[in-house]
Ligand binder design. Structure first.
Ligand code: 6PG
Length: 242
């Protein structure tokens, strides 16, 4: 771990690693500690994770943590509106990488419901999230090159609703030019109902996007991830590697 060039805002800390392995090992350890603390204090623990490519190594390490996984529930920060067997489904990623080894005893709460559209599946997905004993013990976000996080995409049709901290709905449907298929996403307010919030990113370009989003100059003031970086409810721990 080394110090960096990105200036920290008061509630954003950055943790830099030499490579993806070191990043994944350390974050897996920190998340496992959070889950263990939750298990000891409350008898259960709750984790929300992103899809995409970056978390795969993290999931591989976290799956091997010695925890009472039978009392851990895992859900997604967002999902592409595709069946669980689809190669693009975050549920499939979590099933094949995180719900393995010791963690195969954990239970998984999917966002996809089988309805034809995320709008049609919204009531069921809402009920699933409302049934969880929030706050989360940990939430793991990723970030795209365009400054999106979860399914908070630039130009998303329900972006304002997703980012509005007074919105009481736990999930919203999202369609955006860069999103590919329609999606469903936990709202910002729901993601912030957590005891720990991690932003897992890699690569020089994403580090620049993050720094731009923190400063919020020019086009970067509209990067959706900026809403996560500038809120004051929860500290954000950024885990970065080249
Ligand atoms: C998803 C996400 C999304 C992701 C970023 C980064 O389901 O795709 O939750 O917000 O975290 O797009 O994805 P990569 O890790 O693949 O760059």
């Amino acid at each position: 771990m080394s110090d960096l060039a990105i200036p920290d805002l008061p509630d954003v800390s950055t943790h830099n690693f030499a490579d993806a392995e070191a990043q994944a090992v350390t974050l897996a350890k920190h998340i496992a500690e959070r889950l263990r603390t939750g298990l000891e204090a409350r008898g259960h623990a709750l984790l929300a994770v992103s899809g995409g490519n970056t978390p795969k190594l993290l999931f591989a390490h976290l799956a091997q943590a010695a925890l009472d996984w039978a009392h851990v529930r895992i859900t997604l920060v967002d999902e592409r509106w595709v069946p669980a067997h689809d190669p693009r489904a975050n549920a499939r990623l979590v099933q094949s990488t995180l719900l393995q080894h010791a963690a195969s005893a954990a239970s998984f709460v999917p966002l996809y419901t089988g309805a034809a559209t995320p709008e049609a599946g919204l009531a069921e997905a809402t009920a699933r999230i409302n049934a969880l004993p929030l706050p989360f013990d940990a939430v793991v976000l990723g970030m795209g090159d365009d400054g999106h996080t979860a399914s908070f995409f630039p130009g998303g049709d329900h972006l304002d609703l997703a980012l509005n901290l007074y919105n009481r709905a736990p999930v919203v449907a999202m369609r955006a030019p860069a999103a590919g298929e329609p999606r469903i996403t936990l709202t910002l307010a729901t993601l912030l109902e957590t005891r720990a919030l991690y932003l897992l990113i890699s690569g020089a370009h994403k580090r620049e996007v993050l720094a731009d989003a923190q400063l919020g100059l020019g086009a970067a003031q509209h990067y959706p991830v900026r809403a996560v970086l500038t809120q004051k409810r929860v500290s954000v721990a950024v885990y970065w590697c080249p």
